[in-house]
Design a protein around this ligand. Structure first.
Ligand code: SF4
Length: 684
């Protein structure tokens, strides 16, 4: 039987609309959906992997329990009974806080909400995952300053700064917004005459589309930003009216950046003084200027302060919630699931009071130090902490200290390998879901229809979660039993049901954007104003205003390591894959078979390394083997190593064998995956 299913790609946050042609339950062809606003028919290279993901022989198909003799297949009843028994026993012995939920990037909303209700009714506030490494550290800075996370208003911008982000490669142009075809954002902006600037130490794919490329030394972006703030203030380029009415602590900010002259910043960043001034002047005087911050800023030990500096620039120029600036687009109202109020019962509360959940280092260190409040059980879903978090061997050791590790996934991963119980979850193409997008034309919801039946005995996460809760006598607190009921529950505030979505596919639920809402409502901060000077940060070692600090593992902070580790290492994610996923899918790994290390010709040839050679990269934590790619896109002194390999299905080298877990960002617990010391030698 032939059918065409209108759905949403589940591979990345962009969430493109697609039409999938299915014959007798098998995917035959996938086309982009011309009517979906986010992609207007366009699909990226990753979509070539969808069919093989669904049909892969490597999929987890039934529950597995680890025994001394190896993995043993269980029925769902046996698996859920085992999980319920363990979780009840652990709660009785150690209290509800001894359970941790670790989740990954909320590419699907099942990833966002899975096991949240469960944690709420179980009584544990301990939610962890990848939030220390991606997006949330930047959100903390924006939420603190503005009370909400703005999105770039490309359609009206005359000046665009892509800062620590490479959207041409990643397809990520925002947090959750939609711009009528993301692949047209840059061509349309250029057609309008908008200027594009990229701030990135590496000549990324996005640099080819830019008018100006600023390349500071890696990890020094906050010095660049502070000197831009200095120029804007001391050359009287700031928006006096906005600053006077809406910015808290302008005088303190002015004093704070007095020393941060472009000359000071040039010594730190290597960006020429005149270029810093030019950038500050262009940004401050353009009619509608925006900054898109990216994941390149997160994975540093000074990441949150860098984004606080970016917030300062946005506030000083008044480029907030005005056409062409960073704007609060309408968002679809959705119900939040009832998590436990965090308070002092949360692991790591004392060290990370400004972070919204438990940063992974807090969980990991409590496990390794065997503190009395350490977790005893962990539920992992849509997540692969062994591969994602720094220092893989220590992460493994920490998780092996748990009494019970339950992992839900679609493939075997580096984390399922050390689990006690592995449960097969269905993929995004085997269940219904929805996606909320914000846009200047209003917030809208889109329907993700089921394309094919779940593979093997795999089940949706909500179904697994509810069945587990039922066995533990917790079901009375559940407003949903499966994915369909969860959708109806969370979408109630939008007055949209699953059936409405099924019938219409795309539904706008708010009016178009209104600019400068703050003039009527104020900002959603405690003072109603922009809090670049933050009372909350005042009691934290970071201080009320952001500063520049050298990265914690660098040649500046550890000169004694320079002799043995003369290079700086950073990481990247190839556009063929997302996070740690898909490196086992033949159409994609044919395009990009192995992890690479990119290096400047000067560094390569001085070490006798040629194009394609096998090289060993060594850091104070360990060593890996990768393939050399020699390119002038990387500055001398830096090597760029691909992130994301290391699952049992791909057999590539894992970057996180190299990255330090001894240092992190003091606010977010972000590990320095973007900067660590290393050396290399050729093996070929
Ligand atoms: S992986 Fe590609 S096709 Fe799929 S949502 Fe992301 S950008 Fe769209």
């Amino acid at each position: 039987m032939e059918k065409t299913v209108r759905s949403i790609c589940g591979f990345c946050h962009t969430s493109c609309g697609m039409k999938v042609h299915v014959h007798d339950g098998k995917i035959k062809r996938i086309d982009g959906d011309l009517d979906h606003p986010v992609n207007r028919g366009h699909l990226c290279v990753k979509a070539q992997g969808i069919k093989s993901l669904v049909e892969s022989e490597e999929r987890l198909k039934f529950p597995l329990k680890k025994t001394k003799g190896g993995w043993v297949r269980l029925s769902w009843d046996e698996a859920l009974d085992l999980a319920a028994e363990k979780l009840i026993e652990i709660r009785e012995k150690h209290g509800p806080e001894s359970l941790v939920r670790s989740s990954g990037a909320p590419v699907s909303y099942e990833a966002r909400d899975g096991f949240l209700q469960f944690m709420g009714v179980y009584g544990s506030p301990n939610l962890t995952g990848v939030s220390n490494l991606c997006h949330v550290p930047r959100s903390v800075a924006f939420m603190d300053a503005f009370g909400a996370r703005p999105e770039p208003d490309y359609e009206n911008a005359q000046f665009i700064i892509f800062w620590g982000v490479n959207p041409v490669n990643t397809t990520r142009f925002c947090s959750y917004a939609s711009y009528d075809g993301y692949h047209q954002i840059i061509p349309r902006a250029k057609e309008r005459g908008a200027k594009i600037v990229v701030v990135d130490p590496i000549r990324s794919e996005t640099v080819s589309f830019s008018d100006l490329w600023i390349h500071p030394k890696i990890g020094t972006d906050s010095a660049l930003g502070l000197s831009m703030a200095h120029t804007i203030i001391y050359e009287d380029l700031y928006d006096e009216e906005f600053v006077g009415q809406w910015m808290i602590g302008f005088e303190e900010t002015k004093r704070h950046v007095e020393h941060a002259t472009p000359e000071w910043a040039e010594r730190i960043t290597s960006v020429p003084t005149e270029q810093i001034r030019e950038l500050a002047r262009l940004y401050a005087t353009a009619q509608g200027a925006l900054i898109l911050d990216g994941n390149g800023l997160d994975m540093h030990t000074n990441g949150v302060d860098t984004v606080r500096v970016i917030c300062m620039l946005i506030a000083l120029t008044g480029n907030i919630d005005k056409p062409g600036g960073n704007v609060f687009f309408p968002f679809a109202p959705q119900r939040l699931l009832p998590t436990v109020k965090t308070g002092k019962r949360r692991i790591g509360w004392e060290e990370f009071p400004l972070f919204p959940n438990c940063p992974f280092p807090a969980v990991k260190e409590s496990l390794l130090r065997e503190t009395s409040d350490r977790p005893r059980a962990m539920i992992v879903h849509h997540s692969n902490p062994v591969l994602v978090q720094a220092n893989q061997e220590r992460t493994k050791r920490a998780l092996q200290n748990l009494e019970f590790l339950m992992v839900l996934d679609i493939f075997p991963t580096a984390t399922t390998e050390i689990a006690d119980l592995v449960l097969p979850s269905s993929s995004d193409f085997e269940r219904v879901d929805y996606r909320a997008y914000s846009s200047s034309r209003g917030a809208y919801l889109a329907f993700r229809d089921k394309v094919v039946e779940p593979v093997g005995e795999s089940r949706s996460v909500f179904e697994i979660e509810y069945e587990l809760a039922k066995r533990m006598g917790l079901e009375k607190d559940y407003p949903f039993r499966n994915t369909e009921e969860w959708i109806n529950f969370v979408l109630e505030p939008s007055h949209v049901t699953l059936n409405d979505l099924r019938n219409h596919h795309i539904i706008y639920v708010t009016p178009p954007v209104v600019y400068k809402k703050y003039q009527k409502e104020g900002f959603p901060t405690p003072t109603g104003k922009v809090e670049c000077y933050s009372e909350r940060f005042k009691n934290h070692p970071c201080g009320p205003l952001p500063s520049f600090h050298y990265p914690k593992e660098s040649h500046m902070t550890h000169p004694e390591l320079s002799k043995d580790y003369d290079l700086m290492g950073t990481s990247r994610k190839p556009s063929e894959f997302v996070h740690t996923k898909f490196r086992n899918l033949p159409p994609l790994c044919k395009l990009y078979p192995n992890p690479l290390m990119m290096i400047h010709p000067k560094e390569a040839f001085s070490r006798g390394i040629n194009q394609g050679d096998s090289v060993e990269v060594k850091s104070p934590r360990g060593r890996i083997q990768v393939e050399a790619r020699i390119t002038e896109n990387i500055p001398p002194g830096l090597v760029v190593i691909d992130f994301g390999w290391g699952n049992p299905t791909d057999r590539g080298a894992s970057l996180n064998i190299l990255v330090s877990d001894e240092v992190w960002d003091p606010i977010s617990g972000g590990y320095p995956n973007r900067l660590f010391l290393c050396n290399i030698k050729g093996l070929s």
